[in-house]
Design a protein around this ligand. Structure first.
Ligand SMILES: [Zn+2]
Length: 88
């Protein structure tokens, strides 16, 4: 099943998700992931490795959906989509 950007957005809204962590920093283990603000999606790459805080980066829903669709390892794909509230 391929998910669309619209499905991704709707799932986060329906499940009242405002943050989905996708990985942890390999150095400090701080969570790195996406933040939803209303209908907008941002990537938060801040971790504890530096004191510098970078701005949240706007992300296109369709591009994030495409990157999720590109996950080939089925177990990882199911787990990652579940974090966004999507069950397939
Ligand atoms: Zn770090």
């Amino acid at each position: 099943m391929k998910i669309t950007g619209e499905q991704l957005k709707q799932s986060m809204i329906d499940n009242n998700l405002t943050r989905v962590n996708i990985r942890a920093c390999s150095l400090c283990n701080a969570p790195i992931g996406y933040i939803r603000n209303g209908e907008q999606l941002f990537f938060d790459s801040n971790c504890d490795c530096t004191s510098h805080t970078s701005d949240l980066k706007p992300r296109d829903w369709n591009e994030v959906a495409a990157s999720l669709n590109a996950i080939m390892l089925q177990s990882l794909r199911i787990k990652t989509l579940a974090n966004f509230g999507i069950k397939e």
